[in-house]
Design a protein around this ligand. Structure first.
Ligand SMILES: [Zn+2]
Length: 149
């Protein structure tokens, strides 16, 4: 376990990687970041009234990130971001807003496609940007703020 509620397996599991036979084992640097991510997710879990969080995507190796169409500078590659859903708490937009207003030092909170919440944490030694974004589709791209789409 990386923390009380999050395991390495949960933060590195990928159906796409498994199907494509891609090794998604994190580097030692990514492993250290995953510890940081797990700590952040514990705070997120608490902000979501201690409801269980489902991580749909955490760490992605470079190859896996390319396969799933992740952005080139994705913090998933660093092991510092997770896509989460928390059905017991509410829809993704509500999850995003709850994290944004919780005071948790998140680097980025992105409401993605109305399907999940992307939450990222700053690398050690860097200040969290508390950036809030929404992406509805690839054409319109990222827009400022958390909004329904
Ligand atoms: Zn993401």
């Amino acid at each position: 376990m990386l923390s009380e509620h999050f395991s390495v397996e949960e933060l590195t599991a990928s159906e796409v990687a498994a199907r494509a036979g891609i090794d998604n084992t994190p580097s030692s640097e990514a492993m250290r970041n995953l510890l940081r991510l797990a700590e952040g997710l514990e705070m997120v879990r608490a902000a979501l009234d201690n409801n269980a969080i489902h991580v749909t995507s955490g760490y992605r190796s470079l190859r896996l990130n390319q396969m799933v169409g992740g952005s080139k500078n994705s913090m998933h590659i660093e092991g510092l971001a997770a896509d989460i859903i928390c059905a017991a708490f509410g829809p993704p937009l509500g999850v995003c807003r709850a994290i944004a207003t919780s005071g948790i030092p998140a680097d980025q909170i992105i409401h993605e496609f109305s399907r999940w919440c992307h939450v990222g944490f700053a690398p050690e030694g860097h200040a969290a940007r508390n950036e809030l974004l929404t992406i509805a589709n690839a054409v319109t791209g990222f827009q400022p703020g958390l909004r329904s789409v």
